[in-house]
Design a protein around this ligand. Structure first.
Ligand SMILES: [Zn+2]
Length: 698
C-alpha cells in the first residue's frame, strides 16, 4: 500500500562520507569470500524470470480473502519449494467484511446514478477478462445515507479548521475529499469526527491524472474513470484482535469496540466527482483548494445532494482466511539468527506494481540465494523469504504474524527487508533504520543500474544533484504504510526498504496491470531484477557477517539532528524544559558506537572465538530493542519504537522521536519533560549494550 512521497518532502539530511577500507563486520578473509559470493548472487536474478512471475501473479485481481489469493499463495510456495527452500504457510482468520454493492447517486439537481466501474480498456487484456474488485474502501461501514455535498479539500485536520472559519459544517452532510497529503484512514476519521454522514474520496487530476501527464492507456497517469481503492482503517492488524494474533480460537472483540469507521466511505474517479463538484455553490474556496478539473471549485454545502449506499457481508460472513507464506534457508553457523525479506502478496486489482513487483523481488532474491545454497554456499544465518496477505487492508498479514511470533522475532530477528511497489520507473529510493543505511548504500554501489550509467548508487547520486562530494543522497525514514511496521514499530527490529519509482496514476486501480507495467513501469523487468539483486546481496551481507554490520555511529548522528530539532521547538515555545539530557545521551551513544566500530575493525584482524562472536552479536541484537518501550506511545500502545512512527494525524508522514514530539504537539510541558527523560534513559541503555559488546572484544 506504500505511497512514496516526493523526495523533497523527506526529512533526512545527508551525512558525510566516511573512508571505508574494510567491509564492516567482516574479517579480511571473510570479506574476500563475501565479495565473491555477492558478485555471484547479483548475477542470478533474471528479468525474464521476473517477467514470468509478474505475468502469473498479476493475471487477475487478487484481493485478500478471495480464492484468487489461494492461487498466488500456491504459486509462491511451489516456486520456492522447487528451488529447494523449506516452506511454511500460516493462516489467520481476520475480520474483513467484503462489499456486496456500492452505489452513488446525485439526487439533486438532475438525478442520476453514477457509474462507478473503471471499465475495460481494449489493449489491456486483464481489464477485459476478469471482473474488477468493486469500487470501495476497505473497512468503510455499510449504510445508506444522503445529504448535501461539501467539498473538504484533502480532508485534513487543518482543512476542517478552515471550513470552520468559513462557517461551513459537514454535519449531516456528505463530504467529498480529494486523495493526497494524508492516508485515507485519516480522511475518514476526520469526516466522521466532524459529523459527516458519508465520505467520498476521489482522485483529482491534479494529483495523479491529466495535469501530471498523459493518461492510461496513452500514458501512465490516471484516466477519468480510474479509481484508487484502499483501506480506511487507521490501526494496524486485524481490528477484532488488537495487539494479539488472529489464530483460530482467538478472543474477538465486538464490532462496537473495533477502531473502524462508522460511516460509509467510497472512492471515486474524477470523471464522476466532477458530476458532484461542478454544481456546488456557496463559499468561494481558498485558492490552494482549487484542483485540476475544468471549473471553479466551491465548498457548498449543496445545492448538489448525493446518496451513498454500501452493503457488505458484515452480518453474514465477516471473517476471512488469509495466508502468509515463508520460504526458509537454514543458516550453516547461526541457524537461530534470522534475516527476513518480505513483501505483500495481496492487491486491489491485478497489482502488477502494488505489489506483484515486491513479491517478484522477494522470489528472485530467494531463487538466487537458493541456487547458491544448492551449489554448496549456504548463508551463515537463516534467511526467511515471506509474502504477506491483507497488507492492503491495514498491514494485517504481517501484523498478525509479528504478534504471533513476537518472542522468537525479538530474540533472533537480525533485520527485516521490505519490498513494496518496487518497480514502476527508473528512480531509486531507499531508507529504513539509520543503522542499516550505510549497508544499503554500499550494496547499491555493487549493483549495476539498468540504465548502464554505472551502479545503482551512481545513478541515484547523480539524480540527487548533491551540493558537495561529501554528501550522501537522502534516505527515507520508516513511518507507516507497509509491512515493516510490525517488525520496526512494534518490535524494534532494524529494517530497510528500497525500490524504483516513476510517474504512476494506476495506484490501487484495475489498470495496475501487466500491460501497464510492460508499457510504462518496467518494460524489460530489469528494475524488478535489480531490486532483487540488491535484496539478495543485502541478505547475504547481513547473514554472513562475523559481526552484524549495523552502523550505530550513523544512527546516533541521525538522532542528534532530531534532538536538535526538539531543542529548537522547546526554545520556540519558551518552555522551562530542557533537552540537554537527551542530547548528552545521544552523544554518549555516538561515542560508544565509534569505540565499538574501532574495536570491531581491530578485533576482526585477529581471530575471535566463535563463542565471543556469538556473544557480541547477541548484544548487538539488543541495541535497537532498547529504544522501544513495552507500553508503547501514549497515543498508541502498539507503537513501541520511540525513534520513528507514522504521524497519527497524517498516516503517511513520519514522526521522529514520537514520544517527545507528540507531547510537544499536545503542548504538554510536563509530558515533554517526562518523555525526554524516558528517552534519554533508553539511549543510555542502548549505549550500555554497545559498551558491553565492545568489552567482549578486549
Ligand atoms: Zn503495497
Amino acid at each position: 500500500m506504500i505511497r512514496r512521497l516526493v523526495l523533497a518532502a523527506a526529512l533526512t539530511l545527508a551525512v558525510p562520507l566516511r573512508a571505508q577500507s574494510v567491509t564492516p563486520g567482516y574479517s579480511p578473509q571473510s570479506a574476500t569470500i563475501e565479495r565473491a559470493t555477492e558478485a555471484d548472487v547479483i548475477t542470478r536474478p533474471s528479468p525474464a524470470q521476473a517477467s514470468a512471475h509478474s505475468r502469473f501473479l498479476s493475471l487477475q485481481p487478487h484481493m485478500a480473502g478471495t480464492p484468487a489469493q489461494a492461487r498466488t499463495r500456491d504459486y509462491v510456495v511451489s516456486q520456492m519449494k522447487s528451488w529447494g527452500l523449506e516452506t511454511e504457510v500460516r493462516a489467520y482468520k481476520v475480520w474483513m467484511p467484503h462489499p456486496l454493492s456500492a452505489r452513488v447517486w446525485r439526487i439533486s439537481p438532475d438525478p442520476i446514478e453514477l457509474n462507478l466501474q473503471e471499465g475495460p480498456i481494449a489493449e489491456d487484456t486483464t481489464s477485459l477478462t476478469f471482473p474488477q474488485v468493486m469500487p470501495f474502501n476497505g473497512y468503510g461501514a455499510a449504510g445508506d445515507v444522503r445529504g448535501e455535498v461539501v467539498y473538504v479539500n484533502y480532508g485534513l485536520i487543518e482543512d476542517y479548521t478552515q471550513l470552520d472559519s468559513m462557517g461551513v459544517s459537514v454535519k449531516g452532510k456528505i463530504a467529498i475529499a480529494r486523495y493526497g497529503r494524508s492516508y485515507r484512514g485519516i480522511k475518514a476519521r476526520e469526516a466522521e469526527k466532524h459529523g459527516a454522514v458519508g465520505l467520498i474520496i476521489y482522485s483529482d487530476p491534479a494529483d495523479d491524472g491529466y495535469v501530471r501527464g498523459d493518461v492510461y492507456p496513452a500514458g501512465p497517469m490516471r484516466p477519468s474513470h480510474g479509481i484508487q481503492r484502499g483501506s480506511v482503517m487507521n490501526p494496524n492488524g486485524d481490528p477484532s484482535t488488537p495487539g494479539y494474533p488472529s489464530t483460530e480460537n482467538a478472543k474477538r472483540i465486538p464490532l462496537s469496540e473495533m477502531e473502524v469507521p462508522r460511516i460509509p466511505v467510497l472512492p471515486m474517479s474524477y470523471g464522476n466527482a466532477a458530476e458532484l463538484l461542478r454544481g456546488l455553490s456557496g463559499n468561494s474556496i481558498p485558492q490552494p483548494w482549487q484542483g485540476g478539473l475544468g471549473f471553479r471549485y466551491h465548498v457548498g454545502p449543496g445545492p448538489v445532494q448525493a446518496r451513498i449506499a454500501v452493503t457488505t457481508d458484515v452480518n453474514t460472513n465477516p471473517y476471512k482466511e488469509i495466508w502468509d507464506t515463508f520460504g526458509i534457508i537454514r543458516g550453516s553457523e547461526y541457524p537461530d539468527e534470522i534475516v527476513i525479506m518480505g513483501g505483500h502478496r495481496d492487491a486491489w486489482g491485478p497489482g502488477a506494481a502494488d505489489n506483484v513487483s515486491g513479491t517478484v523481488s522477494v522470489l528472485e532474491a530467494a531463487r538466487a540465494i537458493a541456487d547458491q545454497a544448492k551449489a554448496g554456499k549456504r548463508p551463515k544465518r537463516t534467511i526467511v523469504f515471506a509474502t504477506w496477505d491483507a497488507e492492503e487492508w491495514g498491514l494485517i498479514g504481517s501484523t498478525e504474524y509479528v504478534e504471533d511470533d513476537s518472542l522468537r522475532l525479538k530474540r533472533s530477528a537480525v533485520g527485516y527487508l521490505n519490498q513494496d511497489d518496487i518497480a514502476q520507473g527508473p528512480n531509486f529510493s531507499g531508507g529504513g533504520s539509520p543503522s542499516l543505511r550505510a549497508l544499503l548504500r554500499d550494496i547499491a554501489k555493487k549493483v549495476p543500474d539498468p540504465s548502464h550509467q554505472g551502479s545503482v548508487y551512481d545513478v541515484w547520486r547523480k539524480r540527487a544533484n548533491l551540493a558537495a562530494d561529501s554528501l550522501e543522497p537522502q534516505m527515507g525514514d520508516p513511518g507507516g504504510g507497509s509491512d515493516f511496521a510490525g517488525f520496526y514499530n512494534h518490535l524494534g527490529i532494524p529494517i530497510a526498504d528500497w525500490g524504483f519509482g516513476g510517474p504512476q496514476g494506476v495506484y490501487h486501480s484495475a489498470y495496475d496491470s501487466y500491460h501497464w507495467m510492460s508499457k510504462f513501469g518496467d518494460p524489460n523487468f530489469e528494475y524488478h531484477a535489480t531490486a532483487a539483486r540488491i535484496g539478495a546481496a543485502m541478505l547475504l551481507r547481513i547473514a554472513n557477517a562475523d559481526i552484524l554490520p549495523y552502523d550505530y555511529v550513523e544512527f546516533a548522528r541521525t538522532m542528534r539532528r532530531f534532538a536538535s530539532r526538539v531543542d529548537s521547538a522547546i526554545v520556540d515555545k519558551h518552555w522551562k524544559v530542557s533537552g540537554t539530557g537527551l542530547t548528552a545521551a545521544i552523544a554518549r551513544m555516538e561515542d560508544a558506537a565509534a569505540s565499538f566500530n574501532a574495536a570491531r575493525d581491530h578485533a576482526l584482524t585477529a581471530q575471535l572465538s566463535k563463542e565471543t562472536l556469538r556473544q557480541i552479536n547477541s548484544a548487538l541484537l539488543e541495541v535497537e530493542r532498547q529504544l522501544t518501550r513495552p507500553q508503547g506511545l501514549v497515543t498508541r500502545p502498539w507503537f513501541r519504537n520511540l525513534i520513528y512512527a507514522s504521524d497519527e494525524n497524517n498516516g503517511y508522514a513520519t514522526m521522529v522521536l514520537p514520544s517527545v514530539n507528540e507531547a510537544i504537539r499536545l503542548g504538554d510541558q510536563s509530558g515533554v519533560q517526562r518523555e525526554l527523560t524516558d528517552l534519554a534513559s533508553r539511549f543510555d541503555a542502548a549505549t550500555r549494550v554497545l559498551q558491553r559488546a565492545t568489552a567482549l572484544m578486549k
